[in-house]
Design a protein around this ligand. Structure first.
Ligand code: HSE
Length: 440
């Protein structure tokens, strides 16, 4: 049988990995796919570099439209990124009857509904394993391996840059700014790391996992997104003393809200018990914990970024598409795991209504009645204290830190209590609030 012809848009880090792994393992891949898979055409603005990488083994062009309009091309791999030209190219490839493989989480989390609908109408596949947690086959696991389950929640460390920063802050007691600089020097963090450190990248990935886990449309605009830029190393140290680690988690959870089933979709720094396996995922590694009603907890761990780990996911999609291309479209695995006419309109809970427990830290004057005032405010808000830690003031100091862990509380009640606490003359500066998850 003739090999499947693939067109690659963008031969940067992941594109190079894809090209190299596909060549290196071509025989294994052909035996698995049932046909050869050949990158026949590469489009990249830097044609000199693209030619060096591909070494004459395929056609190199500068114009991506030549690839999506070439009738010889069966599958287009989009590795350009962003929402602009990438969206136009993906939609054009679909309109031309080509299957698409993409690692572009930003595109799918924001325009996925439109893209999947177009693909559905045209009877082509849009595969995106590489868009979430790099080399970890989490899309496959959620969409196929766990298909028997009613998924209860998914919680993941799905951004390697921020996990590297948090690990270094904890290990070395360094502050956020200096670790970020080091992460940029090591090449973990982008020159503009905004999407990583502000939690946007993780929220894109959480949005996609939520859609597949619960059979809901992609709704990035409803996700709550908070990054790690305001996190202080003292909070990491206090959390440690209390038996917790702080991780940037992407959480998608099925809950009851005001008597109706709803979904929480949120990304924020989170205290998790240090004894959980996922709490011990360090450096740039990723991990996703999935709780299903039948299977219980399952944990997926691996490299969430990088040339060949991400290429591993891209090529897995190429093989899937090669195997399924001749199947009737209705017999293929649906893009978002659930049949398009069986999607749920279950609502995303506004963050103010979300219930979690909280870590609160406040700098206070060390004088009688301070603690009484604080606990009175919590009691008034019906917020129950689970644990408390007060540090002795340093020599000659008249201020100290109080750390309070609460039981489950609604976000809006905690925010109201924090506002009242901050208005006390004995509470100095802002109260730090970090959400907690037991993950059991
Ligand atoms: N920038 C991402 C991370 C990798 O740091 O995990 C690509 O999604």
């Amino acid at each position: 049988m003739k090999p499947v012809k693939v067109g690659l848009l963008g031969i940067g880090t992941v594109g190079t990995g894809t090209f190299n792994v596909l060549h290196r393992n071509q025989e294994e891949i052909r035996r698995r796919a049932g046909r050869g898979i050949e990158i026949a055409m590469v489009a990249d603005l830097n044609t000199t570099r693209a030619t060096e990488i591909t070494q004459g083994r395929c056609r190199v062009v500068a114009d991506a439209w030549q690839v999506v309009n070439d009738p010889e091309i069966d599958i287009v791999i989009e590795l350009i990124g962003g929402y602009g030209i990438a969206k136009e190219l993906v939609l054009a490839a679909i309109a031309n009857g080509k299957h698409v493989v993409t690692a572009n989480k930003a595109l799918l989390a924001t325009h996925g509904n439109e893209i999947f609908r177009a693909a559905q109408d045209k009877g082509v596949m849009v595969a995106f394993e590489a868009a979430v947690a790099g080399g970890i086959p989490i899309i496959k696991a959620l969409r196929e391996g766990l298909t028997a389950n009613r998924i209860q929640w998914v919680a993941g460390i799905i951004n390697g840059t921020t996990n590297f920063i948090l690990s270094e802050m904890r290990d070395k007691g360094l502050d956020f700014g200096s670790v970020l600089k080091q992460a940029q020097e090591l090449g973990y963090a982008e020159a503009d790391p905004t999407f990583d450190i502000e939690g946007v990248d993780a929220a894109h990935k959480a949005t996609l996992m939520a859609a597949i886990a619960f059979g809901i449309p992609v709704q990035f605009d409803k996700a709550y997104v908070e990054g790690i830029t305001r996190l202080q190393s003292c909070d990491i140290a206090f959390a440690e003393q209390l038996g917790y680690r702080i991780k940037l988690l992407g959480i998608a959870k099925r809950v009851q809200n005001q008597g109706a089933e709803a979904i929480e979709l949120r990304v924020h720094p989170t205290l998790i018990p240090a004894k959980r396996l996922i709490a011990n995922v360090e450096g740039a590694m990723n991990a996703v914990l999935v709780q299903g009603d039948a299977v219980g907890a399952t944990l997926y761990y691996g490299k969430g970024a990088g040339s060949e780990p991400t290429a591993s996911a891209v090529i897995a999609d190429l093989v899937d598409i090669t195997r399924l291309a001749t199947a009737d479209p209705e017999h293929r695995v649906p893009h978002l795991a659930f049949q398009p006419d069986a999607m749920s309109d279950i609502q995303i809970v506004p963050m103010s209504e979300v219930c979690t427990s909280y870590y609160l830290r406040m700098r206070v004057k060390d004088q009688p009645g301070v603690l009484a005032d604080i606990t009175r405010i919590l009691a008034d808000g019906d917020i129950s204290i689970d644990a408390m830690l007060q540090k002795e003031p340093g020599d000659g100091e008249s201020q100290t830190d109080i750390i309070i862990l609460t039981h489950l509380t609604r976000e809006k009640h905690v925010l109201a209590a924090i506002e009242r606490m901050q208005s006390l003359p004995t509470v100095l500066g802002a109260v730090t609030r970090i959400r907690m998850e037991e993950l059991n």
